[in-house]
Design a protein around this ligand. Sequence first.
Ligand SMILES: N[C@@H](CCC(=O)N[C@@H](CS)C(=O)NCC(=O)O)C(=O)O
Length: 203
Amino acid sequence: MKLYITKGSPYARIVRVVVLEKGLTDRVEIISAKTRHANSPYYSINPSGRVPYLVRDDDVGLEESAVICAYLDCLEGKPAFELPVGDQAWEARRLEALARSMLDGFAVWGRESRRPQNEQSPTILLHEADRARRLVDLWEREIDNPMFRGAFNLAQITLACALGFTALIPEFHWRPGHPKLGDWFDQISAKPSLAATVPPVHH
Ligand SMILES: N[C@@H](CCC(=O)N[C@@H](CS)C(=O)NCC(=O)O)C(=O)O
């Protein structure tokens, strides 16, 4: 199988972490794609131009990190990232969605702040900075949830990749006032699958 990524994409990182956690490195070839570039050859592979994108062994392509993660998790019939049972399933879904919501905002902010200055929208930058501040305040409370202490799960992976992406938004200083979230992030970042997929930072 082929997994198209960019090294900076936090969504692709979520899938790369699952590939490592599931021990699938021999079955999944990781390929860097050229995204956001007129006439990129990648567009003939994935017309949406987005990463992550998994081309399965039967040549069918899959978009969406959550869909690709679920596919890879079930590939060898021993899922490790399935939802827990009962009420905990809703808690897992809620927290994964909340982490993804924050990540979606960070992604917009990061993209906007990397545009040439004369193309940046001050309105978008302010909107995303405000959203980010509200959400890290919320996460400072949510991080006490037992879901973030137990076995590695997709809510944890999504949150770790969201916070990891802030290295690419140097104007966002989220650590002050959020000591529990900072401690959690430092601890989880030591996991080999996260350490191996840290986004490169160019300033
Ligand atoms: N909801 C998608 C988001 C994927 C996404 O936004 N990828 C960005 C990189 S972080 C991308 O490929 N952008 C290229 C483009 O928009 O042309 C997922 O979870 O996989």
